[in-house]
Design a protein around this ligand. Sequence first.
Ligand code: NAD
Ligand code: MG
Length: 393
Amino acid sequence: MLLDPIGRWNEELKRISVLGATGSIGDSTDRVLQMYPDRFRVVLISARSSWQKLAGLIRRYRPEFAILEDETAFCKLEKEGPFRGTHIACGQDALLQAIADVGADITVSAMVGAAGLRPTMAAIRSGSDLALANKESMVVAGSFVNRAAIEEGIALIPVDSEHNALHQCLVGGKREEVHRLILTASGGPFRTFFGDFSSISPAQALKHPTWAMGPKITIDSSTLMNKGLEVIEAHQLFGFGPDQIHVVVHPQSIVHSMVEYRDGSILAQMGKTDMCHPIQYALSYPERWTNEQHHFSFSETLDLHFEAVDHERFPCLQLAYEALQNPSSMPVVLNAANEVAVDGFLNGQIKYTQIYQIVSQTMQHFEGETVNELDEIFVLDQRARERASMNLK
Ligand code: NAD
Ligand code: MG
């Protein structure tokens, strides 16, 4: 039996860790957890450097562990203490150890970038189920993540709204009866922009029309690289080849994705554009919990629009399909180069159009590489980052 934060014994409480607790997915997870205080006991939270926000979460949840990546931020957190009942620490080794020690029942993996891979693997190896938002870990190391999940017998439920939708549309279906997966894309802020893409500023690219998200994924959504990463993520999660994974632009973001079966029937998952929804599904699966806030209103006219992707204006998506021709190594290179390029763009070092150029050139440089071991992924990731960085000012 477990003691919850307000001192009641409750054998139903699930022990939950939230990695990347201070980000956009972290915020949505926080909202879901507050809706269901009788179901969860938060045992571990982590962040890179947002110490004030982490301090607030420590006071709210009184977790066993709270870990920051950044040492300077950690010193400030320490001064903010003491936090009775919570062990605070900093650095990746401390995080990996805490994940191993805490023994969570379920972990929300919501760090950003390939930096989420080691903690995600550590959570799986600790025997924790996984609510996976950190798509990059699936993109760069999907086969290793899958193998570890099978070996540990844990459930891996995607939080990314498209994959969460696909999960819902695939449950109960037969694999051989699936014709294709259809990922929807909002099209981002430049769907109807036909001007000079090289003059696009970070402020313009950070204005997403339908979703409120962290900066990296918002830029990825504007270039459609996010959809590219999601094509690779879908391939790794559900095991379908690139020829069975399609993308269609759907600006309203109400249909979160679809599965077309071989008889031509298309199952679509619809709902509000609120990440609390897929997070709740991942945390409650295989149950569904009552939530009045998620119910959709049809009281106003609702137009659903679908259109094909314009690959000329949004060439990044095609790079992901190219990467899947060499799935052990090229997604690692694509992702690393993209992380470097997006950072460079946000810091004013490169133009918007150079994001595609840098990723494409870095992929050409590493053509023919293969990866057999998990450790080789970290090495290739680092080499690709160094190569991509040579193109920054
Ligand atoms: P974010 O930038 O808002 O938050 C990232 C979180 O991870 C923060 O808590 C940050 O402190 C932490 N973090 C970042 N780098 C770290 C590091 N090196 N070490 C330790 N902690 C680190 O990002 P987000 O929008 O919440 O996205 C998180 C993940 O979820 C990404 O992989 C993204 O692609 C995916 N995702 C997000 C959304 C969304 O709506 N935001 C939707 C689908 C998928
Ligand atoms: Mg998504």
